[in-house]
Ligand binder design. Structure first.
Ligand SMILES: CC(C)(COP(=O)(O)OP(=O)(O)OC[C@H]1O[C@@H](n2cnc3c(N)ncnc32)[C@H](O)[C@@H]1OP(=O)(O)O)[C@@H](O)C(=O)NCCC(=O)NCCS
Length: 231
């Protein structure tokens, strides 16, 4: 197995993160160095990565930011949701997943698992994100008269029909919040985005977790995180 280090991101990671971005995103989708720098500076405790310690390569990056329900509703597209900015609004307990990029599925699990004790300690309750629906274009060819949100809600054998929604469903993002047209440039999704929501496991136990020392939460994480994720 690859030796992986999972940790909060630093400015020195930009080159490795750019390589990952360019591997996983098209040119008009990938973040550039200034986007990545701005995210890490603004939200250092919400920018996480997993690295192959033998090569230094970034395997997974996850960037999040606090978001209010009002901000989420009023932003028409991904750019509006993901913007790094000062806000006068009370942040609340919700996060928005600006971006997840990965070349290694185990590292994605490691990143979510790494973040979990910090999320409980801080009082974060849920994460929203805007997912592509890469199966939409092909489905629309067969169902030209049906709206995209029919596809977004379509289930097959108890799981979302769309492969990426299915991926997130299996990661705990099970609530569909909105179907947004012109959300981001993504040809296979016909530029639609599915705004979905996942609850942070056991966060309903808040404010209890705030009083539990972080090292204890970290010790609990392997066991509990896997247990609640698979239940
Ligand atoms: C989505 C992503 C983070 C998943 O990374 P991962 O955990 O390492 O998992 P994989 O890429 O191996 O995908 C696992 C499964 O998810 C499904 N899946 C996820 N995204 C998919 C997509 N865009 N199209 C089709 N299937 C997808 C597939 O079923 C895949 O199964 P497979 O192994 O049979 O191909 C990664 O594929 C990625 O960086 N994609 C590009 C950027 C992106 O879309 N990010 C999310 C935006 S919100």
């Amino acid at each position: 197995m690859r030796p992986i280090e999972t940790r909060f991101l630093k400015q020195d990671d930009i080159d490795a993160l750019l390589t990952l971005e360019q591997t996983k995103w098209d040119r008009d989708q990938a973040a550039d160095a200034s986007d990545l720098t701005a995210r890490i500076q603004a939200y250092p405790q919400l920018s996480i990565g997993a690295f192959d310690t033998s090569s230094g390569a970034a395997m997974t990056s996850l960037f999040m930011k606090p978001i209010s329900v009002a901000q989420l509703r009023s932003a028409p597209d991904w750019v509006g949701c993901a913007r790094v900015e000062e806000s006068d609004e009370e942040p609340g307990n919700s996060l928005f997943g600006i971006s997840l990029s990965s070349v290694d599925a185990e590292s994605v699990t490691a990143v979510f698992e790494f973040f979990w004790p910090y999320a409980l300690k801080h009082g974060w309750r849920d994460i929203y994100l805007g997912s592509p629906m890469p199966g939409l274009r092909a489905w629309k060819q067969i169902n030209p008269d049906l709206p995209a949100d029919v596809y977004m809600h379509e289930m097959h054998h108890g799981l979302p029909r769309d492969p990426q929604l299915r991926y997130y469903y299996n990661k705990g993002f099970r609530e569909i919040v909105a179907c947004k047209p012109d959300y981001f440039p993504h040809p296979a999704s016909l530029d639609y985005g599915a705004v979905i929501r996942g609850h942070i496991p056991l966060s309903a136990g808040n404010p209890l977790w705030r009083h539990v020392p972080l090292p204890w939460l970290k010790r609990m994480r392997h066991l509990l995180f896997r247990l609640v994720r698979t239940s």
